[in-house]
Design a protein around this ligand. Structure first.
Ligand code: NDP
Length: 329
């Protein structure tokens, strides 16, 4: 009998999550039935969506949602062999049972030089978000000027580097000088610390006096109100995330988007990466190739120890993570 440790949502978050909103439990897993596999989490992913989606889809007491790279430790399913690694949506747990339907084996061959945790980041869901958001929603062309915020994060860093591969000028911003230095190191043309610039409006104008053709928005809220007013005619905006709003208890009212959208004839579209699940393989293959060729660099922020899952999650929401936030078991 395997005992799994599981982090549960004790209380629905009110405002910014607190340590007391989580509870660690021990759960005895049943014996495997035919067709099932037992998996042990190796790396767990920490993602911003867990904040808004837990509110939407979990009840108090439920296991926290999330994905992991996990090793198959027992199998009664001929497709999955003991020792293989898979990406799964098993939630915040050390062990779990799957019937195999939600498992994705790592792209093969997986280069020995790359950490398998990249399957949760640059060569996983965040990388795919950058890939499809940029190519399908921003529809970048060589010579475009692209703006991306939360640019040193899991999605943002890939967005900027893909846009460089696509021949764009790339402007990014992030919340610390260390992150800004990293953006310059990985090829961003302009980068600034949005927390320390006196005026965001001026910083955006200085980075690109002629405005922006594309805006990949990970942040929303006030940042977007300002960025929207610096879009060029027929600009494309990919609304990927709104992390500045996820912890709000009340809906904010902002300046409204219609006037700049009309004057500049903008196209603004929200998206969820799962829209392109049928093209997952294409995206992963492209990302893996660019990483191997050194055209996309990656940075991971690894916290060790399952007991630190809530702290690592809250840290990521605050911006403590430098690169993709991962927990190593
Ligand atoms: P990151 O690795 O970028 O981590 C989150 C970052 O958000 C922090 O490091 C912090 O960076 C930044 N941040 C936190 N609060 C604020 C704030 N108030 N204003 C500005 N920045 C803030 O996370 P991901 O790359 O995984 O996700 C980025 C965005 O993409 C999120 O909004 C997420 O929800 C969204 N997303 C959307 C998907 C989709 O299918 N639409 C799929 C995956 C992600 P800093 O230090 O720079 O402030």
């Amino acid at each position: 009998m395997v005992k799994a440790k599981v982090w549960t949502l004790k209380n629905h978050f009110q405002g910014f999550p607190k340590a007391s909103d989580f509870e660690l439990k021990e759960v005895e897993l049943p014996k495997l039935k035919d067709g099932e596999v037992l998996l042990a989490s190796v790396f767990l992913s920490l993602d911003p969506y867990m904040r808004p989606y837990s509110q939407k889809s979990l009840k108090e007491g439920d296991k926290m949602m999330g994905s992991q790279v996990a090793r198959i430790v027992e199998s009664k399913n001929p497709t999955y062999h003991i020792g293989a690694f898979a990406v799964a949506n098993g939630g915040w747990t050390t062990h779990f049972i799957s019937d195999g339907k939600d498992l994705q084996l790592l792209p093969t061959p997986w280069p020995e030089t790359l950490p398998i945790s990249l399957a949760l980041g640059t060569i996983g869901m965040p990388g795919l978000t950058a890939y499809f958001g940029l190519f399908e929603i921003c529809r970048i062309k060589p010579g475009d000027i692209l703006l991306v915020n939360s640019a040193a994060g899991a999605v943002g860093a890939v967005v900027g580097q893909l846009a460089k591969i696509g021949g764009c000028k790339v402007v990014g911003c992030a919340g610390s000088d260390k992150k800004v230095a990293y953006l310059k190191q990985i090829g961003f043309d302009e980068a600034f610390n949005y927390k320390t610039v006196g005026s965001l409006e001026e910083a955006l104008r200085k980075a690109s006096p002629s405005g922006y053709d594309c805006y990949f928005d990970n942040v929303g809220g006030e940042f977007s109100d300002i960025a929207l007013r610096q879009m060029k005619k027929y600009g494309r905006i990919a609304v990927c995330g709104a992390i500045s709003l996820y912890n709000d208890e009340e809906l904010q009212k902002g300046p409204y988007v219609q006037v700049p959208m009309i004057y500049q004839e903008l196209c603004m579209e929200g998206f969820i990466v799962s829209r392109w699940n049928n093209r997952r393989e294409e995206g992963l293959k492209a990302l893996l190739k660019w990483v191997v060729e050194g055209k996309i660099k990656y940075h991971e922020d690894v916290t060790e120890g399952f007991e630190n899952m809530p702290a690592a999650f809250m840290g990521m929401l605050k911006g403590d993570n430098f690169g993709k936030a991962i927990l190593k078991m």
